[in-house]
Design a protein around this ligand. Structure first.
Ligand code: C5P
Length: 232
């Protein structure tokens, strides 16, 4: 997948809404992020349907469980034909190693990304769950652990890219949500970057939701974002 590829977050509640967005933007080179909201409503059938249209899907279910369970879930994701799925790095080294090992047996496998620290958690929240490092230290530690455990990259806020790049190999992938076009509204996102700034900082792939899906002209919104990325 090419650097700068944009995955559109299908944060909707029905197959009809999701397919309306996919059909509107099909052919422009977008990928699609399917997360817990849509997956829990529509299940693997919709993932297969979108993959069957020739589209690239990132299955954002953030697996976090014992090694065998996560590895088996990863195999199931691969069988759906998704290009990317993710796990919580906090699930630990064995969980990530086992997932990578099982997926390596396939002729072709999806990229496996790690979530480090949820960006909704601040320093106080982390202390409450027993993490005494700063969020940045914790992000760096978990990114290193994910790389050592054979994962392909991480999901990270634009503001974390620099610290992750400082502790991982340049080929380690970074996929970045929290993107707002230069002229856009922030909505509830706080730690944001423009598409061009995120790619310049070292993001490989971007996730963009509402600035595209809630636009009155989704095609234009998508193409404007891609132009911003290409023109820097
Ligand atoms: O609509 P918006 O562009 O804010 O959507 C961003 C998507 O990325 C949502 O699906 C959101 O859950 C996800 N995400 C995020 N921040 C993170 C991790 C995931 O916004 N740190």
């Amino acid at each position: 997948m090419e650097k700068g590829k944009v995955f559109v977050a299908l944060d909707v509640s029905s197959r009809a809404e999701a397919l309306a967005i996919v059909r509107e933007l099909k052919g422009l080179g977008a990928g699609w992020k399917i997360g817990k909201q849509l997956f829990t409503r529509e299940g693997p059938a919709l993932v297969k349907e979108i993959v069957g249209m020739g589209e690239d899907v990132f299955l954002d279910l953030k697996y976090h469980d014992i090694p065998n369970t996560v590895a088996q879930a990863g195999l199931a994701a691969a069988a759906l034909g998704v290009k990317i799925f993710n796990v919580h790095a906090a699930g630990g080294r064995s969980m990530m190693l086992e997932t990578r090992r099982m997926l390596d047996a396939l002729p072709e496998r999806p990229l496996i990304l790690a979530v480090t620290v949820l960006t909704s958690l601040g320093e106080e929240d982390l202390r409450e769950i027993g993490y005494h490092d700063t969020p940045a230290q914790q992000v760096a530690r978990l990114a290193r652990l994910a790389e050592e455990s054979g994962l392909d990259g991480v999901v990270a806020s634009p503001l974390e890219i620099e610290i992750i790049r400082s502790v991982t190999h340049p080929s380690f992938k970074i996929l970045t949500p929290g993107i707002r076009p230069a002229n856009g509204e922030k909505g509830d996102q706080k730690r944001i970057a423009t598409p061009a700034a995120a790619v310049a900082a070292g993001a490989d792939y971007l996730v963009v939701g509402r600035p595209i899906t809630q636009s009155s002209d989704r095609k234009k919104a998508f193409l404007d974002i891609r132009a911003e990325i290409r023109n820097g």
